[in-house]
Unconditional design. Structure first.
Length: 292
């Protein structure tokens, strides 16, 4: 069993010419041996720009493959009143009733602890919705913002204890190392991971911080220093989840698919830890019934 907690449908490429629908996603999942995938929206957030995929698109495609695709909803923290008193319950109620199991991908170019974000995070938690967020400090891109050491994420974890926040994105994963040169907070840092990184510290301290291993950023974080990567996977085996961030139809491979398979084939991780990261954690968090 393998659950991908981070996939997309829609028109995601810049020219908006290529559409990826549920059928394409299922074909790719079959090719990669993925049983179920969470489908995350993007275009509720204006900074997602050309990326065309909203909650209605996600729900429509997921309804075509109910045993395989798990819908996520997306709400922008600025939606409605654009202030921290906005009540999102009518939307959350509807999305839960229509089968959404989480919220994401949270992309706004806002400080992580912006009061509008904290307001939305708290309300999502009340409805049992974990939030997959993207963190990116690159000024030209979307993504939540944080300072070195991730104090704003820490504030959100502290102030929203009932909400599971699932880490993803270049800046989040760069902070796995205790030493993050300023020019590497937005890229794919290489070389040894120095002890004392914010990601490990926060994962150890806050049980509401989870992470998905999707995309180049997740793959880079656990493979740049193989020894550290294995220790990290083992230490946080109860709150890490496999993911791809598959979003472009022509995408032939995703590095973490092969990497994850090799972990099992070469027995570099215990079977128990591998199973948890492969699907058990996602099934628990997203209330998936799995009969094996
Ligand atoms: Zn994504």
């Amino acid at each position: 069993m393998l659950i991908d907690v981070h996939a997309h449908i829609g028109r995601i490429v810049k020219q908006r010419k290529e559409a990826l629908d549920g059928t394409h996603l299922i074909c790719k999942m079959d090719e990669w041996g993925i049983d179920r995938a969470c489908v995350l929206g993007l275009s509720e957030t204006p900074e997602a720009e050309y990326q065309d995929s909203d909650t209605e698109d996600v729900l429509r495609e997921c309804s075509r493959f109910p045993g395989r695709l798990i819908p996520f909803c997306l709400i922008d923290p600025r939606f409605g009143r654009n202030d921290p008193s906005m009540d999102f319950s009518y939307l959350l109620e509807e999305y839960v009733a229509r089968g959404c199991r989480g919220m994401g991908e949270m992309l706004p170019k806002l400080a992580f602890d912006d009061p509008r974000c904290l307001n939305l995070f708290r309300q999502a938690g009340r409805f049992g919705m974990p939030i997959i967020f993207d963190m990116n400090d690159n000024p030209i891109y979307y993504g939540l913002r944080d300072d070195p050491g991730l104090p704003r994420l820490e504030k959100a974890l502290r102030e929203c204890p009932g909400t599971v926040l699932v880490g993803h994105g270049p800046t989040f994963w760069a902070e796995i190392s205790g030493d993050v040169p300023p020019d590497q907070r937005v890229g794919y840092p290489s070389g040894p991971v120095r002890p004392g990184g914010a990601v490990s510290r926060l994962m150890a301290q806050y049980s509401n911080l989870w992470a998905d291993l999707s995309a180049g950023s997740g793959y880079n974080a656990i493979s740049r220093d193989p020894g550290f990567g294995l220790e990290f996977l083992d230490q946080f085996q109860d709150r890490l989840m496999f993911g791809t961030d598959y979003c472009i139809r022509s995408q032939k491979t995703v590095a973490n698919v092969g990497f994850f398979q090799s972990l099992r084939a070469e027995r570099r991780l215990s079977d128990d830890a591998w199973e948890k990261i492969a699907w058990k954690n996602a099934a628990r968090l997203l209330k998936q019934e799995i009969r094996q």
